[in-house]
Design a protein around this ligand. Sequence first.
Ligand code: KG4
Ligand code: ZN
Length: 459
Amino acid sequence: MHKYRLATTKLLNTFHSSLPVIFEETGVSRINAKNSNSPILSRRRHYSSFSELEGKRPGIILGIETSCDDTGAAVVTTDRRVLGESLHSQLQIHLNHGGIIPPIARHLHEQNIGRIIREATDKANVSLEDIDAIATTVKPGLALSLLVGVKWGKDMCLKGEKPFIPIHHMEAHALTARMLENINFPYLVLLISGGHCLLAVAKGINDFLLLGRSIDDAPGEAFDKTARRLKLHNMDAGSSLSGGAAIEHYAKQGNPEAFQFPTPMYKYRDCNWSFAGLKFIALRHILREERKHGITRFYEVEGSDLVPSLPDICASFQHAVVMHLCKKIQRGMIYAEMKNLIPENNRILVVSGGVACNDYVKRGISIVCEEYGYKLVCPPKNLCTDNGVMIAWNGVEKWRENIDVVPHTELDTVDIEAKSPFGTDLQDEIRNLNIKCKRIKMSQLFDSSSNPSQSDIIA
Ligand code: KG4
Ligand code: ZN
């Protein structure tokens, strides 16, 4: 670390004189360990890398997440302890606006990030001095949102002369499960959120093979827009839930076979998804039902006239999403076996991202896992949706292996990327193999009264 000090003294002086006094605002630099029994107190010495520190004490990484509409921060150790975390969700405000408006998201991140970092470090009982590196989401996400976290992360690195670890948001989702369980590479991972739908083989910390993705909407996006059109945000239970969670809630009272949904992309023997079509069919069902029940102001999502068949629409839509997800996962598993990508003794499917909070989705996927001998691993709900812990953990993984650890003198080399590819692309290869899938009975998803005829996966 010392070798950087001389070179940057001038830069730091200039920088600090022009900075808004953010560290006074966060209080991070002034936090002292309050508990004399804290394991943190023994770690005052400064180490510039994990190899230098190894064995002396656990490394401590601060993670910052602002890629979309959650402001998150967490302090996680190299021995997998979450020392402190804090999260501010913008969900309620975006529900009131009918969707995420980027300048509003940025404003809310700016309003909350100082407090969130301070809360995380306070709970962890650490000061900026105690932290070994700062991991921050730099891609992909809303540019205006990413910029807020990256500015704070970089500013703190400069102030504390700490390394900065740039994080890919989806890679962080993919690795979170490794903090909770001993999961070795390579394993299969499905990431289903409001912005993404990816099936990949996780081969290493920053080494992924992309088997499939959504060619249009992400499943969470389709859930959110369908929920909005159903006006679930105007109902008691739906008023504070994300669109996906609201649909799951109302689907519990509905019949998943009441409304017909076609199988998207049934002609394509690949691992890709399309959720825009399902969203459109849901809209058609809603419009028809509204007309049938004399709801003429059907174009108004603010109205409170609800169709009586609402639970059935939710259940049928949710079921169609699950069936579509399962079919492509099935093909991914067959491909992985053909190419020997996952050893037989490590057949693990990690499912993460906000949509992985959905129990019906998980139940459907578990049926496919059982059929192909995979263990399904899903982080707890608070770690499936966006959070600071997953970013800090990805920082831990990178820091331990010295991957993407950027010295505070080289922060200019790091920038945000609103869009960013994920892994080595195998989509064409899979499509060309024309892999047929056998039928899997999905009838366990239903209660006994349902007709299982629509619940088979057919290639
Ligand atoms: O991972 P996440 O917190 O943020 C993104 O990176 O997108 O995921 C948010 C998405 C939203 O679209 C939300 O509707 C969806 O996850 N979601 C759900 C459930 N809970 C959250 N979708 C289906 N069922 C749920 N229970
Ligand atoms: Zn996410």
